[in-house]
Design a binder for this molecule. Structure first.
Ligand code: API
Length: 293
C-alpha cells in the first residue's frame, strides 16, 4: 500500500512554479521518493516541488517544512513553495504573519492582498557552504564553463547557497541560449557534490534582472524563487545591480530586497491556490496492487 494513499493535497503555484502542498502535521510520515516521482508523472499530478508540512519543532513556528523535488530528491529551500504554504496557512488560520522552519532555518512570511513576502534568510558564499567539491577562493566567478572549450557558451558563474545551491551565469540575452541543452550537464557537474540549480541571468539595469532557470531535480520551470534570490545577491555582490531588484522569470516578476541591516533576503511575489484533492494508490504508482476480492 502506498504510504501517502488517501492523504489530501492542495495544488498551488508561485508564478507558474508547480507546487503540491501536503499537510502531514496530524499524521506525520516521510514522503517516499518513489511516490513523489510517480505523482509527478505528466499524466498524474505534474509538479516541480512538494512542500510537506510537519509538526513544528520551534514554539513560534507553524510547521517544519520538507521540500521534495519532482525527481524525489530533497531540497533545503523553495522560494515559490514558501509563498504558497504561507498563503495556505493564512487562509487556514486567518493570520497574515506565519513563520515556518526548514533545514535551512526560519522562514518568516507576511501575506498581503498584493502578494506574499518571505524572509529567505542570509546567503552563504563560502565554497564549503555551496557546497563545492574543493576549496575555491573566489565564488563570484567559478572556473566552470559549458560549450566548445575554445569558445564557451557559458562561463565563470557566481555560486551561492540560499538554503540550496545555485550557479548563475551572466549572459547578454537569456533567450539566445538553449538552457535545456546545457542545464543537465551543469546540474550534475562533479564540482557540485549536491548538484546545483543553474540560472542564466541578463542584467537589464541596476534594478532589473531577467532570469531563466534549470532547477535541480525538476528541470526548466516557469519560476524559481530561490534562484531569483541567488541571482539578486550575486549581482549586487558583483556590483552589477543594487540590493533591491525586480527579477523577471518566464512566469512573472519577483521583488528581491537584500536588506543591508542584517543581510536577510526578502522575496515578494504572488502565490495561487488551484485545487484540492486526495491521493490514490494509482496516483502514487501503486497500480499493481491486487484488489482484495
Ligand atoms: N529545485 C530546487 C528546489 C526548489 C527551488 C525553486 N522551485 C524555488 O522556488 O526556489 C533545489 O533542488 O534546490
Amino acid at each position: 500500500m502506498a504510504a501517502l494513499e488517501n492523504r489530501s493535497f492542495v495544488k498551488m503555484n508561485g508564478l507558474g512554479n508547480e507546487i503540491v502542498v501536503l499537510d502531514l502535521r496530524d499524521a506525520p510520515l516521510p514522503v517516499p521518493p518513489a511516490e513523489a516521482r510517480a505523482l509527478a508523472r505528466p499524466d498524474v499530478l505534474p509538479f516541480d516541488q512538494i512542500m510537506a508540512l510537519y509538526p513544528p519543532r520551534q514554539p513560534d513556528t507553524a510547521a517544519f517544512v520538507r521540500i521534495i523535488n519532482a525527481d524525489g530528491s530533497e531540497a533545503g529551500a523553495c522560494g515559490n513553495g514558501t509563498r504558497c504554504i504561507a498563503l495556505y496557512e493564512a487562509a487556514r488560520t486567518g493570520r497574515q504573519h506565519v513563520v515556518f522552519e526548514s533545514v535551512a532555518g526560519r522562514l518568516d512570511c507576511t501575506v498581503e492582498p498584493d502578494g506574499v513576502t518571505a524572509d529567505m534568510g542570509v546567503p552563504h558564499f563560502g565554497w564549503a557552504a555551496i557546497p563545492l567539491a574543493g576549496p575555491v577562493a573566489d565564488t563570484r566567478a567559478l572556473e566552470l564553463q559549458a560549450g566548445p572549450s575554445d569558445a564557451p557558451v557559458l562561463r565563470a558563474p557566481a555560486v551561492v547557497n540560499v538554503g540550496n545551491p545555485h550557479a548563475i551565469f551572466w549572459v547578454p540575452d537569456v533567450e539566445a541560449i538553449d538552457l535545456a541543452h546545457y542545464g543537465p550537464e551543469l546540474e550534475h557537474h562533479p564540482i557540485f557534490p549536491e548538484r546545483a540549480n543553474i540560472s542564466l541571468a541578463q542584467v537589464v539595469s541596476p534594478e532589473h534582472i531577467v532570469l531563466k532557470v534549470w532547477e535541480r531535480g525538476a528541470g526548466l520551470t516557469r519560476a524559481c524563487g530561490s534562484a531569483a534570490c541567488a541571482a539578486a545577491v550575486s549581482a549586487a555582490r558583483l556590483g552589477l545591480t543594487g540590493r533591491r531588484v525586480r527579477v523577471t522569470l518566464p512566469g512573472g516578476d519577483l521583488m528581491i530586497d537584500w536588506r543591508a541591516s542584517d543581510d536577510h533576503i526578502l522575496m515578494t511575489g504572488p502565490a495561487e491556490h488551484e485545487f484540492d484533492g486526495r491521493l490514490t494508490a494509482a496516483m502514487l504508482g501503486d497500480s499493481f496492487r491486487v484488489e482484495a476480492n
